[in-house]
Design a binder for this molecule. Structure first.
Ligand code: NCD
Length: 308
Protein backbone atom coordinates (compact mmCIF):
# COMPACT_ATOMS: atom_id res chain seq x y z
CA UNK A 1 0.00 0.00 0.00
CA UNK A 2 0.92 3.65 -0.34
CA UNK A 3 1.45 4.94 3.19
CA UNK A 4 1.61 8.66 2.42
CA UNK A 5 -1.64 10.30 3.61
CA UNK A 6 -3.27 6.88 4.11
CA UNK A 7 -5.91 6.29 6.77
CA UNK A 8 -5.02 3.37 9.05
CA UNK A 9 -8.44 1.93 9.93
CA UNK A 10 -8.20 -1.86 9.90
CA UNK A 11 -5.44 -4.44 10.07
CA UNK A 12 -7.03 -5.95 6.96
CA UNK A 13 -5.60 -3.19 4.81
CA UNK A 14 -2.03 -4.44 5.26
CA UNK A 15 -0.42 -7.17 3.25
CA UNK A 16 2.68 -8.90 4.49
CA UNK A 17 5.03 -6.47 2.77
CA UNK A 18 3.29 -3.54 4.48
CA UNK A 19 3.68 -5.16 7.91
CA UNK A 20 7.35 -5.84 7.20
CA UNK A 21 7.87 -2.25 6.14
CA UNK A 22 6.27 -0.97 9.37
CA UNK A 23 8.41 -3.35 11.44
CA UNK A 24 11.57 -2.20 9.62
CA UNK A 25 10.81 1.49 10.20
CA UNK A 26 9.85 0.80 13.83
CA UNK A 27 13.21 -0.92 14.33
CA UNK A 28 15.00 2.11 12.88
CA UNK A 29 13.16 4.49 15.18
CA UNK A 30 13.50 2.26 18.24
CA UNK A 31 16.53 4.09 19.70
CA UNK A 32 14.43 7.28 19.76
CA UNK A 33 11.48 5.43 21.32
CA UNK A 34 13.82 3.99 23.91
CA UNK A 35 15.19 7.45 24.80
CA UNK A 36 18.72 6.66 23.53
CA UNK A 37 18.61 9.18 20.69
CA UNK A 38 16.64 12.36 20.03
CA UNK A 39 14.99 13.22 16.72
CA UNK A 40 13.35 16.08 14.84
CA UNK A 41 11.86 13.91 12.12
CA UNK A 42 8.30 15.22 12.61
CA UNK A 43 9.14 18.80 13.53
CA UNK A 44 6.35 21.16 12.46
CA UNK A 45 3.72 18.39 12.44
CA UNK A 46 0.79 18.25 14.84
CA UNK A 47 -1.07 15.15 16.02
CA UNK A 48 -4.70 15.53 17.10
CA UNK A 49 -5.17 12.87 19.74
CA UNK A 50 -8.92 12.27 20.17
CA UNK A 51 -9.72 9.70 22.83
CA UNK A 52 -13.43 9.45 23.54
CA UNK A 53 -12.98 6.10 25.33
CA UNK A 54 -10.59 5.37 28.23
CA UNK A 55 -6.95 4.78 27.36
CA UNK A 56 -3.55 4.85 29.00
CA UNK A 57 -1.07 3.02 26.75
CA UNK A 58 -2.49 3.80 23.35
CA UNK A 59 -2.92 7.53 23.89
CA UNK A 60 0.33 8.06 25.75
CA UNK A 61 2.35 5.98 23.31
CA UNK A 62 0.89 7.90 20.33
CA UNK A 63 1.64 11.19 22.05
CA UNK A 64 5.11 10.09 23.21
CA UNK A 65 5.83 8.91 19.65
CA UNK A 66 4.86 12.29 18.18
CA UNK A 67 6.63 14.37 20.83
CA UNK A 68 9.85 12.35 20.78
CA UNK A 69 10.02 12.76 16.99
CA UNK A 70 9.89 16.54 17.48
CA UNK A 71 6.20 16.96 16.62
CA UNK A 72 3.40 18.50 18.65
CA UNK A 73 0.17 17.15 20.12
CA UNK A 74 -3.31 18.57 20.80
CA UNK A 75 -5.73 16.27 22.65
CA UNK A 76 -9.35 15.73 23.50
CA UNK A 77 -9.84 13.22 26.28
CA UNK A 78 -13.29 11.85 27.14
CA UNK A 79 -16.74 12.56 25.78
CA UNK A 80 -17.47 15.13 28.47
CA UNK A 81 -14.90 17.52 27.05
CA UNK A 82 -15.90 17.52 23.41
CA UNK A 83 -18.56 18.91 21.09
CA UNK A 84 -19.65 15.37 20.25
CA UNK A 85 -21.32 15.53 23.64
CA UNK A 86 -23.32 18.48 22.28
CA UNK A 87 -24.45 16.40 19.33
CA UNK A 88 -21.81 17.18 16.73
CA UNK A 89 -21.24 14.37 14.24
CA UNK A 90 -17.93 12.60 13.82
CA UNK A 91 -17.95 13.79 10.21
CA UNK A 92 -18.18 17.46 11.22
CA UNK A 93 -15.57 17.02 13.93
CA UNK A 94 -13.23 15.51 11.34
CA UNK A 95 -13.75 18.44 8.95
CA UNK A 96 -12.77 20.86 11.70
CA UNK A 97 -9.88 18.89 13.18
CA UNK A 98 -8.35 18.63 9.69
CA UNK A 99 -7.79 22.42 9.74
CA UNK A 100 -5.88 22.19 12.99
CA UNK A 101 -3.72 19.10 12.64
CA UNK A 102 -1.61 17.02 10.23
CA UNK A 103 -2.65 13.57 11.48
CA UNK A 104 -5.35 12.22 13.81
CA UNK A 105 -5.39 9.28 16.21
CA UNK A 106 -8.95 8.53 17.33
CA UNK A 107 -10.58 6.11 19.77
CA UNK A 108 -14.36 5.93 19.94
CA UNK A 109 -16.83 3.48 21.44
CA UNK A 110 -18.72 2.42 18.32
CA UNK A 111 -17.62 -0.09 15.70
CA UNK A 112 -16.99 1.65 12.40
CA UNK A 113 -16.80 5.10 14.02
CA UNK A 114 -13.23 5.81 12.95
CA UNK A 115 -14.14 5.03 9.37
CA UNK A 116 -17.09 7.45 9.59
CA UNK A 117 -14.69 10.04 11.01
CA UNK A 118 -12.17 9.47 8.20
CA UNK A 119 -14.86 10.36 5.62
CA UNK A 120 -14.80 13.95 6.87
CA UNK A 121 -11.02 14.14 7.30
CA UNK A 122 -8.52 15.58 4.85
CA UNK A 123 -5.55 14.43 6.94
CA UNK A 124 -4.60 10.82 7.70
CA UNK A 125 -6.69 9.17 10.42
CA UNK A 126 -5.39 6.32 12.57
CA UNK A 127 -7.85 4.02 14.35
CA UNK A 128 -6.81 3.76 17.99
CA UNK A 129 -9.73 1.41 18.78
CA UNK A 130 -13.33 1.56 17.53
CA UNK A 131 -15.57 -0.19 20.03
CA UNK A 132 -15.35 -3.96 19.85
CA UNK A 133 -14.27 -3.84 16.22
CA UNK A 134 -10.56 -3.22 15.57
CA UNK A 135 -7.34 -1.93 17.05
CA UNK A 136 -4.84 -2.15 14.19
CA UNK A 137 -1.93 -0.32 15.85
CA UNK A 138 -2.07 -2.76 18.77
CA UNK A 139 -1.97 -5.72 16.37
CA UNK A 140 1.10 -4.24 14.66
CA UNK A 141 2.70 -3.78 18.08
CA UNK A 142 1.90 -7.41 18.92
CA UNK A 143 3.46 -8.77 15.72
CA UNK A 144 6.47 -6.47 16.15
CA UNK A 145 6.86 -7.90 19.67
CA UNK A 146 6.62 -11.55 18.56
CA UNK A 147 9.15 -10.93 15.77
CA UNK A 148 11.50 -9.19 18.18
CA UNK A 149 11.22 -11.71 21.00
CA UNK A 150 11.21 -14.89 18.91
CA UNK A 151 13.00 -13.74 15.70
CA UNK A 152 10.15 -15.05 13.57
CA UNK A 153 6.37 -15.06 13.33
CA UNK A 154 6.10 -17.83 10.74
CA UNK A 155 5.79 -21.28 12.22
CA UNK A 156 4.42 -20.07 15.55
CA UNK A 157 1.43 -21.52 17.33
CA UNK A 158 -0.39 -18.59 18.91
CA UNK A 159 -3.18 -19.01 21.46
CA UNK A 160 -5.59 -16.12 22.10
CA UNK A 161 -7.38 -16.36 25.42
CA UNK A 162 -10.37 -14.66 27.02
CA UNK A 163 -12.97 -12.36 25.52
CA UNK A 164 -12.51 -13.09 21.83
CA UNK A 165 -16.01 -11.84 21.00
CA UNK A 166 -15.62 -8.25 22.13
CA UNK A 167 -11.82 -7.95 22.19
CA UNK A 168 -10.82 -5.62 19.36
CA UNK A 169 -7.14 -6.41 19.83
CA UNK A 170 -7.61 -10.10 19.05
CA UNK A 171 -9.84 -9.26 16.08
CA UNK A 172 -7.12 -7.12 14.52
CA UNK A 173 -4.34 -9.50 15.50
CA UNK A 174 -6.04 -12.60 14.08
CA UNK A 175 -6.65 -10.80 10.79
CA UNK A 176 -3.06 -9.58 10.60
CA UNK A 177 -1.62 -13.00 11.45
CA UNK A 178 -3.43 -14.44 8.42
CA UNK A 179 -0.55 -12.88 6.45
CA UNK A 180 1.81 -15.33 8.13
CA UNK A 181 2.13 -19.07 8.30
CA UNK A 182 0.82 -19.64 11.81
CA UNK A 183 -1.48 -21.93 13.75
CA UNK A 184 -4.09 -20.22 15.95
CA UNK A 185 -5.77 -21.64 19.05
CA UNK A 186 -8.78 -19.68 20.34
CA UNK A 187 -9.47 -20.26 24.02
CA UNK A 188 -12.77 -18.88 25.31
CA UNK A 189 -16.14 -19.85 26.70
CA UNK A 190 -18.45 -20.52 23.72
CA UNK A 191 -20.40 -17.33 24.54
CA UNK A 192 -17.25 -15.25 24.01
CA UNK A 193 -15.96 -17.01 20.90
CA UNK A 194 -14.16 -15.31 18.02
CA UNK A 195 -16.74 -13.84 15.56
CA UNK A 196 -17.67 -16.07 12.61
CA UNK A 197 -16.66 -13.44 10.10
CA UNK A 198 -13.07 -13.49 11.34
CA UNK A 199 -12.98 -17.28 11.42
CA UNK A 200 -14.20 -17.34 7.81
CA UNK A 201 -11.49 -14.89 6.84
CA UNK A 202 -8.85 -17.11 8.45
CA UNK A 203 -10.25 -20.19 6.77
CA UNK A 204 -10.11 -18.47 3.39
CA UNK A 205 -6.48 -17.59 3.99
CA UNK A 206 -5.71 -21.20 4.91
CA UNK A 207 -4.83 -20.50 8.55
CA UNK A 208 -5.20 -23.52 10.82
CA UNK A 209 -7.62 -22.58 13.61
CA UNK A 210 -8.68 -24.58 16.63
CA UNK A 211 -11.21 -23.59 19.31
CA UNK A 212 -11.14 -24.88 22.86
CA UNK A 213 -12.13 -23.97 26.40
CA UNK A 214 -9.07 -25.70 27.85
CA UNK A 215 -6.39 -23.17 28.83
CA UNK A 216 -3.86 -25.69 30.17
CA UNK A 217 -3.85 -27.70 27.00
CA UNK A 218 -3.43 -24.52 24.94
CA UNK A 219 -0.47 -23.37 27.05
CA UNK A 220 1.24 -26.73 26.48
CA UNK A 221 0.90 -26.47 22.72
CA UNK A 222 1.63 -22.76 22.14
CA UNK A 223 4.71 -20.68 21.40
CA UNK A 224 2.83 -17.49 22.23
CA UNK A 225 -0.05 -17.06 24.66
CA UNK A 226 -2.03 -13.86 24.14
CA UNK A 227 -4.21 -13.13 27.16
CA UNK A 228 -7.08 -10.61 27.14
CA UNK A 229 -9.35 -9.24 29.81
CA UNK A 230 -13.09 -9.82 29.90
CA UNK A 231 -14.43 -6.53 28.50
CA UNK A 232 -16.73 -5.31 31.27
CA UNK A 233 -17.87 -2.23 29.30
CA UNK A 234 -19.16 -4.35 26.39
CA UNK A 235 -21.67 -6.31 28.49
CA UNK A 236 -25.16 -4.94 28.96
CA UNK A 237 -25.44 -6.31 32.52
CA UNK A 238 -23.01 -6.78 35.36
CA UNK A 239 -24.20 -10.34 36.11
CA UNK A 240 -23.08 -11.63 32.70
CA UNK A 241 -19.73 -9.94 33.10
CA UNK A 242 -19.28 -11.53 36.53
CA UNK A 243 -20.08 -14.96 35.12
CA UNK A 244 -17.04 -14.79 32.85
CA UNK A 245 -14.65 -12.72 34.93
CA UNK A 246 -11.94 -14.96 36.36
CA UNK A 247 -12.68 -17.84 34.00
CA UNK A 248 -9.03 -17.93 32.84
CA UNK A 249 -6.24 -16.98 35.24
CA UNK A 250 -2.53 -17.45 34.58
CA UNK A 251 -0.23 -18.08 37.51
CA UNK A 252 3.51 -18.63 37.58
CA UNK A 253 2.98 -22.22 38.72
CA UNK A 254 0.59 -22.96 35.89
CA UNK A 255 2.94 -21.57 33.22
CA UNK A 256 6.00 -23.35 34.66
CA UNK A 257 4.14 -26.63 34.85
CA UNK A 258 2.63 -26.46 31.36
CA UNK A 259 5.23 -24.64 29.23
CA UNK A 260 8.03 -22.56 30.80
CA UNK A 261 9.18 -21.33 27.36
CA UNK A 262 5.92 -19.78 26.20
CA UNK A 263 5.95 -16.06 25.33
CA UNK A 264 3.21 -14.31 27.31
CA UNK A 265 1.54 -11.26 25.79
CA UNK A 266 -1.43 -9.12 26.82
CA UNK A 267 -2.53 -5.77 25.36
CA UNK A 268 -3.20 -4.67 28.98
CA UNK A 269 -4.82 -3.57 31.21
CA UNK A 270 -4.93 -6.91 33.01
CA UNK A 271 -7.84 -7.34 35.38
CA UNK A 272 -6.95 -10.45 37.34
CA UNK A 273 -6.24 -12.80 34.41
CA UNK A 274 -2.45 -12.68 34.89
CA UNK A 275 -1.33 -13.08 38.49
CA UNK A 276 1.49 -10.65 39.37
CA UNK A 277 3.78 -13.62 40.20
CA UNK A 278 3.91 -14.34 36.45
CA UNK A 279 5.85 -11.08 35.94
CA UNK A 280 9.04 -12.75 37.19
CA UNK A 281 9.12 -15.22 34.27
CA UNK A 282 11.46 -14.54 31.31
CA UNK A 283 8.54 -15.16 28.98
CA UNK A 284 6.41 -12.42 30.56
CA UNK A 285 6.57 -10.10 27.57
CA UNK A 286 3.53 -7.89 28.19
CA UNK A 287 5.34 -4.88 29.66
CA UNK A 288 7.97 -4.96 26.90
CA UNK A 289 5.05 -5.24 24.44
CA UNK A 290 3.52 -2.03 25.83
CA UNK A 291 6.91 -0.33 25.44
CA UNK A 292 7.10 -1.42 21.80
CA UNK A 293 3.93 0.53 21.09
CA UNK A 294 5.97 3.73 20.91
CA UNK A 295 8.30 2.48 18.13
CA UNK A 296 5.41 1.11 16.10
CA UNK A 297 3.35 4.29 16.41
CA UNK A 298 6.43 6.35 15.50
CA UNK A 299 6.72 4.25 12.36
CA UNK A 300 3.06 4.75 11.42
CA UNK A 301 3.11 8.51 12.05
CA UNK A 302 6.31 8.91 10.01
CA UNK A 303 5.02 6.80 7.15
CA UNK A 304 1.62 8.48 6.75
CA UNK A 305 3.30 11.89 6.99
CA UNK A 306 5.79 10.89 4.29
CA UNK A 307 8.88 11.23 6.48
CA UNK A 308 10.08 7.61 6.22
C1 NCD B 1 -6.87 -2.68 24.74
C2 NCD B 1 -7.99 -1.85 24.13
O1 NCD B 1 -8.20 -0.72 24.48
O2 NCD B 1 -8.64 -2.43 23.28
N1 NCD B 1 -5.95 -1.91 25.42
C3 NCD B 1 -4.96 -1.32 24.72
O3 NCD B 1 -5.19 -0.52 23.84
N2 NCD B 1 -3.70 -1.71 24.97
C4 NCD B 1 -7.33 -3.85 25.48
C5 NCD B 1 -8.31 -3.65 26.58
O4 NCD B 1 -8.75 -2.55 26.89
O5 NCD B 1 -8.65 -4.67 27.17
Amino acid sequence: MEFLNAHILSSQQFDRKDVEKIIKVARELEPVAQKKLTSDLLRGKLLASLFYEPSTRTRLSFEAAMLRLGGKVASVVGMENSSIKKGETLYDTARIVSFYSDVVAIRYSESGSTEAFSEGATVPVINAGDGANEHPTQALTDIFTIAKERKTVDGMTIAMVGDLKYGRTVHSLARLLSRYSVKLIFVSPPQLAMPQEIKHHLQEKGVFVEETENLEDAIRRSDVLYMTRIQRERFSDEATYKRFHGVYVLTKGLVERCNPHVLLLHPLPRCGEIHPDVDALDGAGYFRQAGNGVSVRMALLSLVLGKM
